[in-house]
Design a protein around this ligand. Structure first.
Ligand code: FE2
Length: 423
């Protein structure tokens, strides 16, 4: 939810951030959460990032506070094959008293249903080989989706993700539907987030979605999401003004459309996001022949007590709902997943009554971090909800060409809801 003004928990957040920074300055970084290969190398936070066609390609990213010479990636299709070199590009970011170099390298030309090994190399040294696997064209899709992973204490996210990924170790990819961290410019928050993710993204790609907290600066005012954009080299959307803000990708029978719901908050800093996105949405939907069309976006389509700048109301359909729902009806979107409200609500099919026989199923879920709110019911829309205050929860999505099933789970292991759609 929106917190542009420092909240009471900010003092605790600042204390935890101070502790993290102090440990680093005192040379006691080993007491921060462990990360893949951190400590033995000069870089950390290795991660796979989703590409438009993950059946044939993958983006690999990692980051460092320095710029090692000759940093690049190697990959090989068999353990006894000669490695192939891929030069790495990087983004430089000086912010919050730290310098971060975020590297990215693209592996392309893979075959669907293929495994390959990759490693990071720098200054005549080489890291550990890791394995990535591309999905077959006719493979089913099995994904884990969290959201609102923002924390004051990231040990909560660390514990939650360990439980979730242990339960779904065969997940194809991990998505986070926004508010990844509590502050978009904070070095401590982002390092804590990646440390909490740990090795989960070394084996499978990450699907990030931009939330409002990605656009909060150190002073808790709106800012452009510089750390998010530097941290994730995302599929191209053809935009000169909003590269990385929204994108789409395919996995098996599903076309995933990742939208950006920050158009009102970013309107003073960079206007035009909604108009551009709606045109793009219609274009990519028309180009897709896949059976399932699934939208991932941060803010929900119902207000649930939160003031809406556009309507001036705290109830009914939200500004984001008014912006997108008619287009979703017209474009035959099957499922829309959202977050931001930090609770679970299954609203079933909602149809705006203008362009189609029925609208998508709308599901709000989360959080996976430690920020919890009391969220009012909306009996006009809610079909399934969970008790308040909401316990940490997440969803899994499984899809074949004939069936898509969404299951909602509590992080502590309880089952919350099942939604099954048929073609
Ligand atoms: Fe949010």
């Amino acid at each position: 939810m929106c917190k542009p003004i420092p909240s009471p928990c900010c003092s605790r957040r600042r204390f935890l951030a101070f502790c993290g920074t102090a440990l680093a300055w005192l040379g006691l970084g080993r007491y921060l959460p462990a990360t893949a290969e951190a400590g033995q190398n000069s870089w950390q936070f290795l991660r796979q990032i989703i590409t438009h066609d993950p059946a044939t390609s993958r983006t690999i990213m990692w980051q460092s506070h320095s710029l090692p010479q000759d940093t690049h990636l190697e990959y090989r299709l068999r353990a006894d094959a000669a490695p192939q070199r891929v030069d790495a590009g990087y983004e430089y970011l000086a912010l919050d008293g730290t310098v971060t170099y975020t590297f990215h390298a693209a592996i392309t030309g893979l075959q669907p249903g293929q495994s390959c090994q990759y490693r990071i190399c720098w200054e005549q040294q080489a890291g550990t080989w890791h394995t990535l696997t591309t999905p077959a064209r006719d493979a089913a899709c099995h994904a884990v989706l969290i959201n609102d992973s923002q924390c004051a204490d990231y040990t909560v996210l660390t514990r939650n993700l360990r439980r979730i990924m242990a339960r779904h170790a065969d997940a194809d990819f991990l998505a986070d539907l926004g508010d990844l961290t509590d502050n978009g410019e904070s070095d401590w928050h982002w390092r804590s987030f990646f440390a909490s993710v740990g090795d989960a993204l070394v084996q499978r790609p990450f699907v990030p979605v931009m939330g409002n907290h990605e656009c909060y600066g150190l002073n808790w005012q709106m800012c452009l999401p510089s750390r998010y954009l530097a941290g994730f080299a995302l599929p191209a959307n053809g935009s000169q003004r909003f590269p990385g803000y929204y994108y789409d990708f395919n996995w098996g029978p599903v076309h995933f459309i990742v939208l950006n719901t920050q158009m009102l908050e970013l309107s003073d800093l960079r206007p035009g996001l909604l108009t551009e996105q709606l045109a793009w949405l219609k274009r990519v939907r028309a180009q897709s022949q896949l059976p399932w069309q699934v939208v991932l976006m941060h803010k929900d389509i119902i207000a649930y007590g939160e003031y809406q700048q556009g309507t001036g109301l705290t109830s009914g359909i939200s500004d984001v709902g008014h912006a997108f729902m008619t287009a979703f009806d017209a474009l035959g979107i099957d499922l829309v997943l959202t977050g931001h409200m930090h609770t679970y609500r299954n609203r079933g099919h909602i149809y705006q009554g203008k362009h189609a026989d029925h609208g998508p199923v709308y599901v709000l879920y989360g959080p996976s971090g430690d920020q919890h709110y009391e969220v009012p019911a909306n009996p006009d829309f809610d079909v399934v909800s969970c008790p308040q205050p909401t316990k940490d929860n997440y969803v899994t999505l499984s899809a074949t060409p004939a069936q898509l099933q969404l299951q909602a789970w509590y992080v502590d292991g309880g089952h919350l809801d099942t939604i099954t759609l048929q073609k």
